[in-house]
Design a protein around this ligand. Structure first.
Ligand code: COS
Length: 418
C-alpha cells in the first residue's frame, strides 16, 4: 500500500530501501556478532542524503516529518533492527534541541547532526529512575556562569558513538519533575565519561552505555532554552515524537521476519510438498501479514497526526508503539517457529529478529507505561464524552424489579411432562 503514502514519504522509503539492501543486509549478521558500530551504514545514509532529515531546513536538515522518519527507520529495520535504532536515536537526541533550544543553540548543534557529521544521544534514564522518569537524581548546580553536573545515566543508546548528549538533570530537586532541566554536554568535556557498555540480547551493533558526570562543568548557555525547570515536559514532548520511530522499527523487524519465513517455508519440503502449501502454515502467515499491515497503518496515521499538529500526540504515539511492538514480538516468535529447529540456531538470520524485537516493547517507555498514557488520555476523553452525551451514570434508568421465575412445580412443570 505504498501508494497511500504522500510522494515525499514514498521517496524517502524507496531510498532507505536501497540503503538497507545494499549497505545493511550484507553486514547485519557480522555487526550482530562483532558488536561493531555500523559506521559504513552511516556513510551510506549520508551519501543517500538521509541523515538528520527531521531537522528543519534552516539548520541544515530537510524539515521532514515524523512520517518520513518512520518510513526510513522501518526500511532499515527490515534488514537490521540495530541499524534502525542507531539511526532513529539521533532524532530522539535532537528533538529536545528542536523543541526547546534557542535560535543560537539550534544553530550551534543541529547542522552537524543534520549532515551526519556528528551523532547525538538522549540521556534521561538512570539506574533507579526508568519508568518514573521524574524521579531522576542527576544534579546540575549553577556556579557562576557554569553548570556543575554530578550523577549517572543508564541505557544511553549511541553512547560513546555520539558527540553530543542531551542530558536531563535536576536544577531544583525541591521541585520534583518541575525542577528538571535539559542540558547539552559535548563529548570530551572534563568530568564526563562514557562508562560500561551493556551486553545486550539484541540490537547488538548499537552501543548502550552508562554515562558518568563528576563535577562536569558546562557553560550556562548549554541549558536548553532560557529557563530552568522545563526538562520534564521537554523530555515527554520529545518521546511523543520519537515513539512512532520505535513503532516503525518494530514494523520493519516484523516485515523482515515475515519475508524470511515466507522464503523459508516456500523452499522447505516436507511430506513431499513445500511447508507453505500446508493450510496450517498459510493461516499463520496470513495472521502475521495482517497484523503487520494493521500496525504499519497505525504507525503511519499516528505519525501523520503528529506532523499535522493534532492534539492527542501522546496517545497516538503510545498506541502505535504498544501495538507495533507487540506485533513484532509475536510475528518474530512465530517466524522462528516456522523455521523449526533451524530457527533456534544462529546459522539462520531469523533468531536475530526475535532478539531485536524484544527491546521495542521495553525502551522509550515500557509498554505498560504506554498503556498508562493511553488510559490517562481516555480518562480525560471520558469526561468530555459524558458532557457531550448529557448522560450521567445516575441518570440511567433503574433496573426493572427482578421477576420471579415460575417454580418447576405446578402448571408449567406438569405441562412439560405432557
Ligand atoms: N507533553 C507535555 N507535557 C507533559 C506530557 C507530554 N506528553 N506528559 C506529561 N506532561 C507534563 C504534565 O502536564 C505535568 O505538568 P505539570 O507539572 O505542569 O502539571 C508534568 O509533565 C508531569 O506529568 P505527570 O504527572 O503525568 O508525570 P508522571 O510522573 O505521572 O509520569 C509518565 C508520566 C509515566 C508518562 C512518564 O514518566 C513517562 O513517560 N515515563 C517513561 C519514561 C521513558 O519513556 N523512558 C525511556 C526513555 S528512553 S532512555
Amino acid at each position: 500500500m505504498k501508494e497511500l503514502l504522500p510522494p515525499e514519504a514514498r521517496d524517502y522509503k524507496e531510498r532507505a530501501h536501497e540503503v538497507a539492501e545494499q549497505a545493511v543486509r550484507p553486514v547485519a549478521a557480522e555487526l550482530d556478532r562483532t558488536r561493531e558500530y555500523p559506521w559504513s551504514v552511516v556513510k551510506a545514509l549520508r551519501d543517500a542524503d538521509l541523515m538528520g532529515i527531521w531537522i528543519p531546513e534552516e539548520y541544515g536538515g530537510q524539515s521532514a516529518g515524523v512520517l518520513d522518519l518512520c518510513v526510513v527507520v522501518e526500511e532499515l529495520s527490515r534488514a537490521c533492527g540495530g541499524v534502525g535504532v542507531a539511526y532513529a536515536v539521533n532524532a530522539l537526541g535532537s528533538f529536545p534541541i528542536i523543541l526547546g533550544g534557542t535560535e543560537e543553540q539550534k544553530q550551534r548543534w543541529l547542522p552537524a547532526v543534520a549532515s551526519g557529521e556528528k551523532l547525538i544521544a538522549f540521556g534521561l534514564s538512570e539506574m533507579a529512575s526508568g519508568s518514573d522518569a521524574g524521579s531522576l537524581r542527576t544534579r546540575a548546580e549553577l556556579d557562576g556562569d557554569e553548570y556543575v553536573i554530578n550523577g549517572d545515566k543508564k541505557w544511553n543508546t549511541n553512547g560513546g558513538a555520539a558527540s553530543i548528549y542531551t542530558v536531563y538533570a535536576s536544577t531544583r530537586p525541591d521541585r520534583g519533575s518541575r525542577g528538571i532541566s535539559p542540558i547539552v554536554v559535548e563529548k570530551g568535556t572534563p568530568g564526563f565519561e562514557v562508562g560500561k557498555r551493556e551486553d545486550l540480547m539484541g540490537i547488538r551493533c548499537v552501543p548502550v552505555h552508562e554515562l558518568h558526570f563528576r563535577d562536569c562543568r558546562v557553560p550556562q548557555g548549554n541549558l536548553l532554552g532560557d529557563q530552568e525547570g522545563r526538562g520534564f515536559k521537554n523530555a515527554m514532548m520529545t518521546l511523543d515524537r520519537a515513539r512512532p520511530g520505535v513503532a516503525a522499527q518494530a514494523v520493519g523487524l516484523a516485515q523482515g521476519a515475515l519475508e524470511w519465513a515466507m522464503r523459508y517455508t516456500s523452499e522447505r519440503q516436507q511430506f513431499g510438498q513445500s511447508v507453505m502449501s500446508f493450510q496450517a502454515i498459510q493461516f499463520m502467515i496470513a495472521d502475521m501479514a495482517t497484523s503487520i499491515e494493521a500496525a504499519r497503518q497505525l504507525v503511519y496515521s499516528a505519525a501523520r497526526a503528529i506532523d499535522a499538529g493534532e492534539s492527542g500526540a501522546s496517545k497516538y504515539a503510545a498506541m502505535c508503539k504498544v501495538f507495533a511492538s507487540d506485533v513484532a514480538m509475536k510475528v518474530t516468535t512465530d517466524a522462528v517457529q516456522l523455521f523449526g529447529g533451524y530457527g533456534y540456531c544462529r546459522d539462520y538470520p531469523i533468531e536475530k529478529y526475535m532478539r531485536d524485537a524484544k527491546i521495542t516493547q521495553i525502551y522509550e517507555g515500557a509498554n505498560q507505561i504506554q498503556r498508562l498514557v493511553i488510559g490517562r488520555a481516555l480518562t480525560k476523553e471520558a469526561t468530555g464524552l459524558s458532557s457531550m452525551l448529557d448522560v450521567k451514570v445516575e441518570h440511567f434508568p433503574e433496573p426493572a424489579e427482578e421477576k420471579q421465575e415460575p417454580a418447576l412445580t405446578g402448571a408449567g412443570a406438569e405441562g412439560s411432562k405432557s
